[in-house]
Design a protein around this ligand. Structure first.
Ligand code: SF4
Length: 391
């Protein structure tokens, strides 16, 4: 699909204010492809890596040419794929491009790191400008790691965290998975014991999902985990992480005070973000778009200088409001109706208010002082609550 950014620029011109914006950089390679993974990534090889790096620099310059006078970049998130395959000098050169081409006051720069990474690289990444490290641990239970096809010892993760702290950051997140075949009552104990020892400031807990299209499906079919068991595991994490001092601020995310992920909060708070790299999405003003998904299509688009997307949408105010509510209600803080009414002055909120009162009476929502939020103990059924509220 070929579309032009011009309507986005026109809309930004009308609004005449600089927006604090998050920049997401998608690195699409991994050492090997995990069988359960549905992210856009393929096997690493040096020539593709080099081409990606050069095209990502071009895309940063091109995006800045269009939008820089309207944006202030305050967070950067290197996701993937396995962006820890980028060397410190490469991370540094990408961040230098961001600073040179955009107005930037970087308050948070996250790098996703695979636990097999070399701890020696951490110092270089921090010196290059990274301030937050997110480790995709998935589990500390060897039985679960084996099912997932991942092989590293908890001591390796401990060594990475120790090095990160030694060279200057304690802004550290660990990702875990729940509802994986091979999980047992011991898994929770092993994971919790390691979390308590390692004390990361931030923990994410994801349920395995979207298995229809990935090879892991055959493993899953031999030993499927029922929704009920996965739900129990999630609820167990929720309660025990909170009891241990990690406050749940979003359905899948827990942090110690002051360590919420600023970049990811932008998605849930419906704030602007710009995506660089294949499959990366952007949201500016009332427009949303996604870059070409395949590496080749993305490279061709960058080389041609044409703007090409896999999806491009101009949202009507009603659609924006729906999205804003659907994302905002994932947060413990929920949404503030008075703010929404100011932001969407022409819209009628009466149906939403009636339904939210009904769901509050049913014990699913809390409504106080104009703030609407899903009860944390009901987060697991948040999709159906949001569905009832909005549709
Ligand atoms: S390392 Fe992460 S992004 Fe790469 S294939 Fe595995 S799960 Fe997917």
């Amino acid at each position: 699909m070929e579309v032009y950014y011009n309507p986005v620029v026109c809309r930004l011109n009308q609004e005449r204010r600089r927006r604090k914006t998050g920049l997401y950089i998608h690195y699409p390679f991994c050492q090997t492809k995990c069988s359960y993974c549905h992210f856009v990534s393929s096997g690493y090889e040096p020539e593709s890596h080099r081409r990606w790096l050069s095209a990502a620099q071009d895309e940063i310059r091109r995006a800045a040419g269009l939008f820089s006078e309207h944006l202030l970049i305050d967070t950067v998130y290197f996701g993937g794929g396995t962006p820890s395959l980028l060397g410190p000098d490469e991370v540094g050169s990408l961040l230098a491009s961001v600073r040179q081409n955009f107005e930037a006051e970087l308050r948070e720069v996250t790098l996703e790191v695979n636990p097999v990474a070399d701890p020696e690289r951490i110092k270089g990444w921090l010196q290059a400008g990274v301030s937050r490290l997110s480790f995709g641990v998935q589990s500390f239970d060897p039985a679960v790691l084996e099912v997932l096809g991942r092989f590293y010892l908890p001591e390796k993760v401990a060594r990475l965290l120790e090095e990160a702290r030694r060279v200057g950051t304690d802004n550290i997140s660990l990702d875990l998975m729940a509802g994986v075949p091979g999980e047992s009552a011991r898994t929770m104990e092993i994971n919790l014991k390691n979390l308590l020892e390692l004390k990361p400031n931030h923990v994410s807990v994801y349920l395995l999902e979207e298995l229809e299209t990935v090879p892991f499906r055959t493993i899953w079919e031999k030993a499927p985990v029922s929704e009920e068991v996965a739900a129990r595991a999630y609820e167990d994490y929720r309660l025990r992480l909170e009891a241990a001092g990690w406050l749940q601020y979003e359905i899948a995310n827990f942090s110690q005070p002051g360590y919420q992920c600023r970049h990811n909060l932008k998605y849930w708070r419906y704030q602007p973000f710009l995506g660089i790299g294949p499959s990366a999405s952007s949201h500016l003003a009332n427009f949303r778009w996604t870059n070409p998904v395949s590496m080749d299509a993305w490279l061709t688009a960058i080389a041609s200088g044409k703007q090409s997307f896999s999806e491009f949408m101009e949202l009507k105010p009603e659609e924006e409001l729906r999205e804003c509510l659907a994302f905002g209600l994932r947060l413990r803080e929920g949404v503030l109706l008075s703010e929404l009414k100011l932001h969407f002055p022409g819209l009628d909120f009466s149906a939403f208010e009636t339904r939210s009162k009904q769901l509050a009476a049913d014990g699913l929502l809390q409504v106080d002082n104009g703030r609407v939020r899903i009860r944390t103990e009901k987060f697991l059924i948040s999709n159906s609550i949001i569905g009832e509220l909005l549709y």
